[in-house]
Design a protein around this ligand. Structure first.
Ligand code: OOB
Length: 569
């Protein structure tokens, strides 16, 4: 048992031996795979409804059968245990079936976001050594299939594309001459009805194997990969399910992108399926559609970012779209919930607010459903597992007294001890004892709950989308007229933060946001990373050690926004 060698070890940082022994002894880590929890539910009530995607309604048995067919489909196309597939599918039944198929045969989905474009996808494909990409034909007007072909052209390890949706192109050929004969395109729909012939026991992975790779928000450059094993992710899902009160009665609506750790496994739709509940898939969190669906499908719980919660509250207040009272819990996380907005979750939506402060790197904090109004509205909760260790420290790593602000560091049974193949980032973010420096500035209240106050890492959180300032600045520096660039967060009522760019220019040159936007679109950068305000200055302020003084810039932009908003005289 101790000597088991998982399928993928290269580039993976294991937990220190002493922690591993502890986690095993305390039974945090089991021996089951992610798929086995769903299989158990299939056995108990095969006919119960599991997945709802508009008109498509799959029972547990149908979900299980379709995922077996899909697994066979992958095997028939030379996809094998341990292979990585970039998954960029929207919130559809195919997402659920495809990822379950992967889990069953030990294929590793790499959870890309719908907003990612060539730039991020090629990086992630290269880093993960992916052999395939799963994409929809298009998503909200963007031709993701063509983008996937471009990525495949650059990354020689990729040999297959799996495309969801109806489509008309023939099987097994590449309609894109660019990728020639190497890359074959297949329609996922054609997997339906394929007779599974594989020996489940032979293909099923070990609980200690990698189950999936999540993408970090990224503090420097492009996203990093976080390797999650079956046993640690299953534990993540189980603990979050417990705290979220998930049961067979749970009807969970996926409103955020399903590949994000929050709606995926914290406890997410997998939490619902692990407990015999139901999952309802929504393409987008658009308010009227979402509130209508809650009524129609008797949704009991869903997870959103604060900006979406805000929108739903506004629309419900004005239009009373939602008439019923099925919604029991609204989980809000991804970025800081404004304290002022929190009470409206009960007042307007009639649901209990559960704040979730989590990260793809592991640690999940949640307020408890029976917490006081004060805790629910004014804190971001506490760890879901008693195996989670959290400390609030100063810059030198010394603990600060409770009630004072400091940096959050953590380790625990579902917080891996390093990013995949990222030694430099690991040196910055992890230490040898397994502690992860979250970069979040928090305060630990005497009652054990955390209050998130900001970030140490140079990041902008645009309504839950984490943007690396350094990455955006690297695009700006491609312009020869730019001397200095600083990307910072500016406060925003709806999204919490938006991206603002300060630049200094060479004499007598010109630069504007349109040029930057055109460039970022051309190289295929996700849209949410495009700055929304530009300030051209003579000089960028510097700190004593010669770093750009972003603190000063952040307060400067607040003044500028106030001046912009003031009525003209
Ligand atoms: C979730 O995961 P990521 O990996 O996209 O982002 C993690 C970062 C955290 O380090 C923190 O800076 C911020 O997003 N964050 C919050 C927050 N939840 C996340 N900041 C303030 N308040 C919150 N409630 O965002 C994520 C993963 C699983 C569950 C929930 C969120």
């Amino acid at each position: 048992m101790e000597n088991y060698k998982p399928l993928i070890t290269d580039g993976v940082t294991d937990w220190p031996q002493t922690l591993k022994a502890q986690y095993r002894a305390r039974h945090y880590w089991g021996t089951r795979t992610l798929a086995s929890y769903i299989e158990e539910q299939v056995g108990q009530h095969p006919d119960r409804l599991a997945v709802v995607d508009n008109a498509i309604r799959l029972s547990y048995q149908q979900l299980w059968d379709r995922s077996a067919s899909c697994a066979q489909f992958l095997l028939d196309r030379s996809i094998r245990r341990g292979d990585r597939i970039i998954v960029q599918l929207p919130n559809t039944w195919e997402f659920v079936v495809f990822t379950l198929a992967c889990f069953r045969i030990g294929v590793i989905p790499v959870m890309a976001m719908p907003a990612h474009r060539q730039h991020e996808l090629s990086h992630v494909a290269r880093l993960s050594g992916a052999v395939a990409i799963a994409v929809p034909e298009e998503d909200r007007g963007t031709d993701l299939r063509s983008i996937a072909h471009e990525v495949a052209q650059q990354i020689p390890s990729i040999h297959s594309l799996f495309v969801s949706g109806k489509g008309t192109s023939p099987e097994g050929v590449s309609p894109h001459s660019d990728t020639g004969n190497r890359v074959r395109e297949y329609r996922l729909i054609n997997s339906i009805g394929v007779q599974p012939r594989f020996d489940e026991a032979a293909y099923s992975p070990d609980a200690r194997d990698v189950a999936l790779m999540l993408l970090s928000g990224g503090t420097t450059g492009a996203p990093k990969l976080i390797v999650r094993t079956h046993m640690d992710y299953a534990y993540n899902i189980q603990k979050c399910s417990e705290v979220g009160g998930f049961s067979a009665q749970t009807v969970y609506m996926v409103a955020l992108p399903a590949s994000h750790n929050f709606p995926l496994g914290s406890p997410g739709y997998l939490g619902a399926l692990f407990h015999g509940g139901r999952t309802v898939l929504l393409r987008s969190p658009e308010a009227v559609r979402a509130l209508t669906t809650i009524d129609q499908e008797s949704v009991t719980v869903t997870a959103v970012v604060p900006a979406v919660a805000h929108k739903w509250i506004e629309v419900q207040r004005e239009q009373h779209v939602m008439k019923g009272n099925s919604l029991q819990v609204l989980q809000v996380g991804g970025s800081r919930m404004p304290d002022k907005l929190a009470p409206a979750v009960r007042q307007v939506l009639g649901a209990t607010l559960q704040q979730v402060f989590g990260m793809a790197e592991g640690l999940i904090n949640m307020t408890r459903l029976d917490d006081s109004e004060d805790v629910c509205c004014n804190t971001q909760g506490r760890p879901v597992s008693d195996g989670d260790e959290i400390r609030v420290v100063d810059e030198n790593g010394h603990a600060v007294p409770d009630g004072t602000l400091g940096l959050l560091i953590t380790r625990g049974p579902y917080t891996p001890c390093g990013y995949f193949k990222a030694p430099e980032a690991n040196a910055r973010s992890f230490n040898a004892d397994g502690w992860y420096r979250t970069g979040d500035i928090v305060m630990l209240r005497p009652d054990g709950n955390l209050v998130v106050s900001g970030r140490d890492k140079d990041m902008i959180n645009r309504g839950g989308e984490n943007i690396s300032a350094e990455e955006v600045e690297s695009f700006v520096y491609q312009f020869s007229q730019v001397m200095g660039a600083a990307a910072i967060a500016m406060p925003d009522k709806l999204l919490g933060e938006r991206l603002c760019l300060y630049v200094t220019l060479k004499p007598n040159t010109h630069f504007d946001l349109d040029a930057l936007k055109a460039y970022m679109e051309k190289i295929g950068v996700a849209k949410f990373k495009i700055p929304e305000k530009l300030v051209i200055v003579e000089e960028l302020p510097m700190t004593k050690i010669g770093k750009i003084d972003k603190k000063w810039l952040r307060s400067d932009v607040v003044k500028r926004l106030a001046a912009d908003a003031a009525p003209a005289h």
